[in-house]
Design a protein around this ligand. Sequence first.
Ligand code: B1M
Length: 218
Amino acid sequence: MTPDEILTELYERTMEGNAPRVLELTKMGLELDMTPDSILFEALIPSLEEVGARFERGDYFVPEMLIAGRAMSGALDVLRPLLADTGAETVGTFLMGTVKGDVHDIGKNLVNIMLEGAGFQVIDLGVQTPPEKFIDAIKEHQPDVVGMSAFLTTTMPMFKVNIHEITKAGMRDDVIIMVGGAPVTQEYADVVGADGYAADASTAVRKAKELIAIKRAK
Ligand code: B1M
């Protein structure tokens, strides 16, 4: 198969949620020296975007979204070491979690992979993270940055709740708080009182580094 054929089939099979074939095609692509970035940005992510569009139109339902998500996660497991293994020095500690009420984790995991690749130590609290879990983890790990992901308009308000609880616990000035996720915007991040926002994983890495540099310079 040519790289173009692999990308086309990856896009289709991810949409169908054919996890074994997606895994196979991902490995075939890497054997052909295709970059992890091209597999990710030219096939897997566009495919999930189309899955979301079909869900919105009522052509797909939750089970289709679920199996497409699983197929993407399987490919991410293969790509993870390649995306993360840059040998960069540790630049800071990043505590990350999807907020309470939200089970989406593919986007969060991708941000984590990119952060690790850029030299961050990432502590992942997983999905459905309640405020008290963020607070306990801040006490335990004393991270430079606390990152929160929300993928639903109904769970975005948890940013404000979490930030309020972190402030009440007296830890707001100790950490940089970043937020992100598909429906989140810079305006929303400003309204909830976050220090930073990023629309995608690579911007999240750049923003985190910028914010840490500013804080350390103070
Ligand atoms: Co859900 N889902 N889902 N879903 N799902 C969306 C998010 C949706 C947009 C689909 C749609 O309608 N078009 C929609 C949300 C609408 C809204 O609120 N605005 C939606 C819905 C409605 C739902 C349910 C409510 C459906 C239902 O039950 N009726 C339900 C909610 C469950 C819950 O959480 N309580 C639900 C369930 C699911 C599945 C479990 C089936 C599955 C999740 C599987 C998983 O994550 N393990 C799923 C999936 C797969 C999707 C779509 C199709 C794909 C999400 C994804 O992984 N995208 C999604 C449609 C879409 O996004 N277009 C959809 C790829 C990923 C790489 O991108 O997540 O945007 P993204 O992450 C990016 C950025 O957001 C950013 O960087 C990432 C990488 O570049 N980013 C950050 C993320 N976190 C960041 C943090 C940062 C900075 C940047 O700093 C800290």
